[in-house]
Design a protein around this ligand. Structure first.
Ligand SMILES: [Zn+2]
Length: 155
């Protein structure tokens, strides 16, 4: 008999749950194997520890009450409770928030420019000009930029 076969039998041996043939083979192995003998001694010590303690009877209906309480708690958890602490759910919320910020930025940017957009599409030079913004004072950096790019302030 191998140790791997004997080890799972130890607790059954302690509980005297082995049939006579199993018990004989088990005890034969123990005589030759100090490792399994030590494991048996450990389990015997635990067994004696528990068998010598005073036993208390569980109050009537304890199991029923515990199970009822567990069921009650499971019902109380809201249906969205599963989602709230999941990392994947938080990641999805982050992505949705980022998309919303980008969308709001696009919409508000279009609203800002919409009133000033001419009938014809903007040329590249016009699209880079500062005419989209308020008039630039001539001695400001914006004014210099307007002069350098040749863009004219139409107001
Ligand atoms: Zn062994």
């Amino acid at each position: 008999m191998k140790c791997s076969t004997v080890k799972p039998m130890i607790s059954r041996y302690v509980d005297q749950d082995l049939d006579p043939d199993e018990k004989k083979a088990f005890e034969l192995h123990l005589r030759e194997c100090p490792g399994c003998e030590e494991a048996l001694a450990g389990q015997m010590a635990v067994h004696h520890l528990f068998s010598s303690t005073e036993r208390f009877e569980a109050p009537y209906g304890l199991a029923t009450r515990v199970m009822a309480r567990i069921e009650e708690n499971e019902k109380r958890t809201p249906f969205w409770g599963f989602f709230t602490l999941q990392p994947t759910f938080l990641r999805a919320v982050e992505i949705a928030f980022a998309l919303m910020v980008v969308f709001i930025g696009m919409v508000s940017g279009n609203l800002l420019v919409a009133g000033r957009t001419p009938e014809r599409p903007l040329t590249v030079q016009e699209s880079f000009s500062l005419d989209l913004f308020q008039a630039t004072p001539p001695d400001s950096i914006g004014g210099v930029y307007v002069k350098l790019t040749g863009a004219s302030d139409e107001r």
